[in-house]
Design a protein. Structure first.
Length: 136
């Protein structure tokens, strides 16, 4: 399994009238963490796109357990437990300290610039394997 953690400090604009983070903002944070993970395995999303590979979201879900509020320092942990022929699944934990505020999942498919589903690039598979072997 591959994982990375990203820190986010809740901005005032991300909260609603009740002072709680508006739910849609979590999905932005998940993307930040996912892009960070790709950078950490030396397969940045920008280079994937420049090579003609894109990773649109096929599905996403989030279970909110506790609210986040303005100025909270959060950690977003993302892991990719599996990569199949054309899809990846990412799992997330949003934490404030040790407390889990939310859990989430996203599923993505590799597609080309025309939206046709394609296999992941060789470099992606190699980097995932290299990263996984370095964690063992």
């Amino acid at each position: 399994m591959f994982s990375a953690t990203t820190s986010i400090k809740v901005r005032y604009q991300e909260t609603d009238k009740m002072g709680i983070v508006y739910h849609a903002n979590y999905f932005t944070w998940l993307e930040v963490a996912r892009v960070n993970l790709l950078e950490q395995i030396e397969c940045p999303y920008r280079k994937l796109e420049e090579s003609g590979y894109f990773l649109p979201v096929l599905s996403c879900s989030c279970e909110f357990k506790m609210p986040a509020r303005f100025d909270d320092l959060l950690s977003i942990e993302v892991s990719i437990p599996k990569v199949d022929q054309v899809r990846i699944q990412a799992n997330y934990f949003v934490r404030k300290g040790e407390e889990i505020l939310a859990t989430a999942k996203t599923t993505h498919a590799f597609v080309n610039e025309n939206g046709k589903v394609i296999r992941p690039p060789k470099v992606f598979k190699e980097q995932m394997k290299k990263f996984k072997n370095n964690m063992i």
